[in-house]
Design a protein around this ligand. Structure first.
Ligand code: SF4
Ligand code: SF4
Length: 422
């Protein structure tokens, strides 16, 4: 791993120990421990690169205490790419120490696309055995604690859809006079958990005279694997997706889940090794667009239907800092007649989900989520819109546990309503 340390060094030397990252780190705000800040992690990795510290399991546990929310990287005055550094460190630590068996099995399962699909379809039929309806009916809770899956009995999770998105819609969604031809990369969550949001995205695209292909052979984007350090699986999935999407020669690749979008657009750059696939990705990455970004670029429709609701918006980390999309969802929501848009405090602050972070550190992630919920509820909004399925799931969990009536929806579902497509 020597060469990696050289790469780390290029970033590590830039840190001037100013501590700006302390003020934005949600985990530090809960844990109050320097080791949880970007500065503390930089110091630890510096010690590794100088041979003063080894890649221990204790270090692995410390590096896992990070939401990968990119707030430290975005605010760092020296431009330390802490997000890339921490991903690279997790990879080195996973190579050295391995990953828990449950994670290894789950990630390997992602590489068997058909088996994974079948497993989730069967899971949707039998989920009632392991889960029961949450008291307020907005999701499910585990009947017995499932610590291996990061599920206690109070955590509310959405049910698996009985019919996934890619089984509901045809692969090719034609329009009469197409002005563009795009691929819709649904990823896993929109396919298996939130198919209504995925359907809304397809309807909106068709309303803009766009032919929508939903490639049946798309795989998971790989985010859960590579953010945990499993680059073998991450790379395989990234390379499969890039080859598939590049072969279609689409005008754009539309995403509706921030984590998938950020992976396809940016993070694949550090994962793909095959030079030919890397070249394909370099062209492809310019075509990756979040649905809100795409709609705004084509011009918001004029004759919108009224949607009477007070709405607030949560910026997913992977959308605002990962894909640079923040004004477009607001522009769309504010363009709808009847919408009383209320900006929440710290809208771009992480909701605490952090992918697998909330499975390993649920209590910390809940505290961070509670700040988000306080800010959202303070607006008086009845609907919270967002563009990331993981955020949606985590925020819904928090709202359910505190008995709030606020609803969480994908921004596209509100746009579809205003377009008269619901
Ligand atoms: S903000 Fe950047 S330069 Fe300052 S301590 Fe954090 S990582 Fe180092
Ligand atoms: S990525 Fe987020 S959680 Fe991780 S160190 Fe940076 S600010 Fe803290």
């Amino acid at each position: 791993m020597e060469h990696k340390y050289e790469e780390w060094q290029q970033q590590l030397v830039k840190c001037i120990r100013c501590g700006t990252c302390r003020s934005v780190c949600p985990v530090f705000q809960v844990a109050d421990n320097e080791n949880t800040t970007a500065r503390g992690k930089v110091k630890l990795l510096e010690a590794v690169s100088e041979g003063k510290l080894t890649l221990t399991t204790e270090l692995q546990a410390r590096m896992s205490k990070c939401l990968l929310c990119k707030a430290c990287a975005a605010g760092c005055p020296s431009g330390v790419k802490t997000d890339e550094l921490f991903l690279s460190a997790r990879r080195a630590l996973a190579v050295e120490n391995g990953l828990p068996l449950a994670k290894r099995l789950a990630f390997t399962g992602l590489t068997y696309r058909k088996l994974f699909d079948l497993g989730l379809k069967i899971g949707s039929l039998f989920q009632g055995i392991v889960f029961k309806d949450a008291p307020d009916g907005r999701g499910k809770v585990a009947r017995i604690p499932l610590p291996g899956a990061g599920l206690g009995q109070r955590r509310i999770i959405p049910p698996l859809a009985t019919k996934p998105l890619r089984s509901r819609l045809p692969e090719i969604n034609k329009v009469a006079s197409p002005k563009a031809r795009v691929a819709f990369y649904t990823g896993c969550m929109l396919n298996y958990v939130y198919p209504d949001a995925g359907e809304a995205i397809v309807k909106i695209l068709k309303a803009h005279d766009v032919e929508v292909i939903i490639p049946a052979k798309q795989s998971c984007c790989g985010t859960p694997a590579f953010t945990s350090g499993d680059y073998q699986v991450g790379r395989y999935l990234a390379e499969e997706n890039v080859k598939l999407l590049a072969a279609g020669k689409y005008d754009s690749i539309i995403t509706g889940c921030a984590s998938c979008g950020a992976a396809l657009k940016h993070e694949y750059g550090a994962i793909i090794e095959d030079p030919e696939v890397k070249q394909l990705w370099e062209e492809l990455s310019k075509k990756i667009k979040d649905i809100t970004e795409f709609v705004v670029s084509r011009g918001i429709k004029q004759d919108l239907r009224e949607v009477r609701a007070k709405i607030t918006y949560h910026d997913p980390c992977h959308l605002v800092r990962g894909m640079g999309v923040s004004k477009e969802p607001r522009q769309l929501l504010q363009a709808i007649p009847g919408v009383n848009y209320a900006e929440m405090k710290d809208a771009a602050k992480c909701c605490g989900a952090g992918g697998t972070f909330s499975m390993a550190h649920y209590d910390i992630s809940r505290t961070i989520n509670d700040w988000k919920l306080d800010n959202a509820e303070e607006t008086g909004a009845t609907i919270l819109a967002t563009g990331c399925s993981a955020c949606r799931m985590h925020i819904t969990d928090g709202l359910g546990q505190r008995g709030s009536h606020m609803k969480v929806v994908h921004t596209a579902e509100i746009i579809a309503k205003a377009y008269g497509l619901d």
